[in-house]
Design a protein around this ligand. Structure first.
Ligand SMILES: Nc1ncnc2c1ncn2[C@@H]1O[C@H](COP(=O)(O)OP(=O)(O)OP(=O)(O)O)[C@@H](O)[C@H]1O
Ligand SMILES: [Mg+2]
Length: 298
């Protein structure tokens, strides 16, 4: 440009110096645009995620139920509907209830019914994961509660259980005699290298994972144990052990057990059976040998 007489030679130096100095900040601003766009998208996603929780409050004042002695839990006209997103989905949307059911302290309750009858949906309500659309839950005969608050009295193992790689619980596994006893009881002592926290967080087969979850659940020492098809992944030997020894053993120690099951040959180990069909409780009866012989359960 100085050759063409468009610029003074000394001005070129100034321009080059200025351009060199501002190119860095300009590049930074351009790169920030990328981060800014990601921030906006993340913010939109978070708002959408939080929207999903709107309207899921039961409206019942929150209560601290830690240490409250459990006597009974009563479901009164409890209903739950899955919300279909599309119009056509709504037609097939599944409704659970109204469920009327009383669970007494210390009883072993088996929840039965065909595939898709609503057992797991019921368990998800019981464990506070799904908020009922209507109905009331009464604790110990007189207190209306939100089942979310009731979780402090219960420990649960779901069908698709997951074992965390860290311990977020209140108990410590290292040098814990109760843990050692439970590992031996669940016949996992040959699988684990030792009785430490580290070896507990190894990879398991499905059945082993369920047994480990049972160990963690029992270490919590909560009065109520909720199991959704726990024995389904167990081999015949351990399934037998579960129904014939573990369940009676826990019952003798005062645990209230609510277990979803399809294992009809072991139904006699329940105190009471509740059967679901199309989202309704269609049977609710105390178990004895006679009933099991005469009643056409299925
Ligand atoms: N997240 C969901 N959204 C919509 N509908 C669902 C959802 N989960 C389950 N359902 C429907 O609810 C009904 C009951 O399902 P649920 O899982 O409670 O059955 P289940 O009795 O546990 O069956 P299984 O013996 O197969 O475990 C089914 O018809 C199912 O299609
Ligand atoms: Mg299920």
């Amino acid at each position: 440009m100085p050759e063409l007489g468009l610029l003074q030679r000394e001005d070129v130096v100034s321009y080059v110096v200025i351009l060199l100095f501002i190119s860095g900040p300009i590049n930074n601003i351009i790169n920030l645009q990328n981060i800014y766009t990601r921030l906006i998208v993340a913010n939109q996603r978070m708002n959408k995620f939080l929207d999903d929780f709107k309207g899921t409050e039961s409206g019942i004042p929150r209560q601290n139920l830690v240490g409250v002695p459990f006597q009974s839990l009563e479901f009164k006209d409890v209903k739950f509907e899955y919300e279909g997103n599309e119009e056509e989905e709504k037609e097939y949307a599944f409704t659970l209830g109204p469920v009327n059911l009383k669970i007494e302290r210390g009883e072993t309750l088996f929840v039965i019914g065909g595939n898709g009858s609503g057992k797991s949906t019921f368990i998800n309500i019981l464990t506070g994961l799904y908020i009922p659309s209507s109905g009331r839950i009464i604790l110990n005969g007189d207190t209306e509660i939100d089942l979310v608050d009731f979780q402090v009295l219960m420990t649960s193992i779901f069908t698709n259980n997951h074992i965390f790689s860290n311990n977020y619980d209140d108990y410590i596994l290292d040098d814990n005699p109760k843990y050692k006893e439970l590992v031996e009881m669940m016949e996992l002592d040959e699988v684990l290298e030792d009785f430490t926290e580290k070896s507990a967080r190894r990879k398991y087969s499905k059945g082993q994972g369920k047994r480990m979850s049972m160990i963690f659940a029992l270490l919590e020492e909560k009065p109520i144990l909720v199991l959704d098809e726990w024995a389904a992944d167990q081999d015949p030997h351990f399934r037998k052990y579960f129904y014939e020894e573990l369940v009676p053993n826990l019952k003798a120690r005062g645990k209230t057990i609510i277990a979803v099951t399809h294992d009809d040959i072991y139904f006699k180990y329940a105190d009471r059976i509740v059967k679901f069909d199309y989202g309704q409780v269609v049977k609710n009866f105390s178990v004895n040998e006679e009933v099991l012989k005469t009643e056409s359960i299925w």
